[in-house]
Design a protein around this ligand. Structure first.
Ligand SMILES: [Mg+2]
Length: 164
């Protein structure tokens, strides 16, 4: 079950402690798009999020967006932030994460993965050996889904369906 657990949890991306990441040897951050940096219903990145990315870049972290969303939407954000992005990622499959790793050009234990979903972001990141960071989704409807996923996770543990 460890494969479904994030290494860290924060309420939002703004709470992620960059100093701690640095001290842990993290050199790059792969970050989910929908409901992690922008509500899935929104078309624009907020000023707060834009500024947060500027801070991260000023601290010399490499960055890559990764999304199961469509190319047009993801590339728009990629251009706006001037960060490379992978769309149609089919998380938690490894392929897109490997692409992201190649773009960052660092080793897997130097990557932190930030996302809002356990069964796509966290599962995929853990499978890659990244440090995984779960944040609450920005959209309430999705938040309900995540809550449901967490409930499901507990049920799975109780029933002992998985054995590591
Ligand atoms: Mg998401």
């Amino acid at each position: 079950m460890k494969i479904l657990y994030p290494d860290k949890y924060y309420k939002s991306i703004f709470d992620v402690d960059l100093k701690v990441l640095k001290s842990e040897g993290i050199k790059g951050i792969i970050i989910d798009v929908d409901n992690t940096i922008v509500p899935w219903s929104d078309k624009k990145i907020s000023d707060e999020v834009f500024n947060w990315f500027q801070i991260i870049m000023s601290k010399d972290f490499k960055l890559c967006l990764i999304s199961n969303g469509m190319m047009r939407r993801v590339e728009y954000f990629s251009n706006q932030l001037d960060i490379p992005a992978i769309s149609n990622a089919v998380k938690p499959r490894k392929k897109a994460f490997k692409q992201g790793l190649k773009i960052l050009d660092i080793s897997n234990n130097e990557v932190a993965l930030i996302g809002d979903q356990i069964f796509t972001d966290i599962l995929g990141g853990n499978r890659m050996g990244f440090q995984t960071i779960l944040v609450d989704p920005l959209n309430k409807e999705e938040f309900f889904t995540t809550k449901l996923m967490r409930l499901l996770e507990k049920l799975v543990i109780k029933r002992g369906m998985y054995h590591g």
